[in-house]
Design a protein around this ligand. Sequence first.
Ligand SMILES: Cc1cc2nc3c(=O)[nH]c(=O)nc-3n(C[C@H](O)[C@H](O)[C@H](O)COP(=O)(O)OP(=O)(O)OC[C@H]3O[C@@H](n4cnc5c(N)ncnc54)[C@H](O)[C@@H]3O)c2cc1C
Length: 491
Amino acid sequence: MRTREQYIQGLSKMNRNLYSNGEKIDRLDERQQGVINVMGLTFDAVWDPESRDLCTALSHLTGETINRFNHIHQNSGDLHKKQDMTRFLCNKVGQCIQRCMGIDAANAVHAVSFEAQKLSGAKTAYYENWLKWLGRFQSEDLVGCCAQTDVKGERLKRPGQQTDLDMYLRVVEERNDGIVVRGSKVHISEASIADEILVVPTRALTPGEGSYAICFAVPADHEGVKQVVHFHNPRKREHFQRGIEYGYTDSYIIFDDCFVPWDRVFLCGETQHGGIAALLFALFHRHSYSGCKPAMLDYVIGLAAMAAEINGIEKTPHVREMLSELIMTGELGYAAGYTASALGKNEVYFPGAGFVPYGPGSCIPHSIYANVGRCLSGEAVFHEQEILCNIAGGLPATFPYEKDLTNPETKALLEKYLRRNPEIPIQEQIKFWLSFVDFALSSASGSMLYGAYHGGGSPIMEQIAITSQYDIESKKEIVRKIAGMLPKASK
Ligand SMILES: Cc1cc2nc3c(=O)[nH]c(=O)nc-3n(C[C@H](O)[C@H](O)[C@H](O)COP(=O)(O)OP(=O)(O)OC[C@H]3O[C@@H](n4cnc5c(N)ncnc54)[C@H](O)[C@@H]3O)c2cc1C
């Protein structure tokens, strides 16, 4: 396993293919420091005795100890630990820990490449290629991101019906030594600090859409790959230092006729498995949300409770009601994820056939509970902001700038008029409100909310998964029996 320093050293050696705001930038650009700091926590955790057991696993390939973010879940216990590791690490930063996309995509491709290789027309030895890639991913402790979301162009048209066929990433040429791909994957979190990009399809595919049914991996600085990076960094501080300097990035990844050698291709043309790859990444990712969303709720509960304490209103009935609402959302999301872990199996839902065994035996979270938990907590993020706004009042919206808080002409006056709870030193109250502003009112917070709402698929996608996979007929049967109606089959 690597240390944070070794990881950063690796980034420093990568080719320059990052673009932002008109410039070509380095992996270690100042704007990347926050996001690198957050990722660094996933390396620190494996060397810390407190978190070593939670954040490491034994590789099922080699028996070696590896970072859990590079592990293929072998049983329910692994899924529980991934969920708890995610919550534990997100608690260190109050928001996303950023490394779950890699583990979620890896677990999806692990199962898909195994099934696809069994097909008679398979273009290459998908699963063998995959195991070779996975072995390196684990032994070199690499950071993976997942590029699933295509730009999608005209929303109501399928990939092959688009005016511009490149709106979904596709194979434009097959050669003896590999494939050439063209398209763009968007909003790809932490791609700017990843070692590898794992690519999976966005959606279910029909038999004519084989050129879109592709899974592969390329280095994040691979030739033919350009990343246009968006930064979500809170405002720089000079006087009131944060406990942790954090930041986030998302990239538009452009595959500009990018060559991928066959040994990095894990699916190429098998539409049925392309759809399963899309579904499985989303499923594993929604399960990860049952770790990170409760952690974000932990932070929101802390912010709401502390704002109430500073404002002297923590005992009022409306604050209690709002706090209990936050606690219920976070813990119900966690409980749904916990159940999804406990009921995990090597099964996937196929329309018309129900849940059937899939993959080499690795463990897949229960789909209904993973989707229910994600949907419940994901859709709540804007309401959580409403609660924070309600409790805080208007103060965070107009909070003075650092230099006004330190300017000798205004410092004492601002401290006098900002003071609310005489029991809490004013410097502590100021640090709290500055953090509150970072989380709820900064340029970074809007992007985080959109990510929390849409990441892993918009709410409608979860609702489709839930209603198409849930056994609604059996519920009608309960009603029929109680109403004294005839069972459906004997009508
Ligand atoms: C901050 C952030 C981080 C992200 N990180 C990643 C990442 O790491 N990797 C990754 O692959 N993706 C990532 N995503 C992408 C995320 O998965 C998508 O935003 C999500 O799937 C929604 O897709 P979209 O943004 O294209 O929205 P759209 O699909 O355009 O959705 C907009 C609206 O249109 C509706 N709509 C869209 N298509 C149809 C249709 N055919 N019929 C009816 N209604 C439709 C939707 O329901 C929604 O209401 C991230 C997104 C954000 C904001």
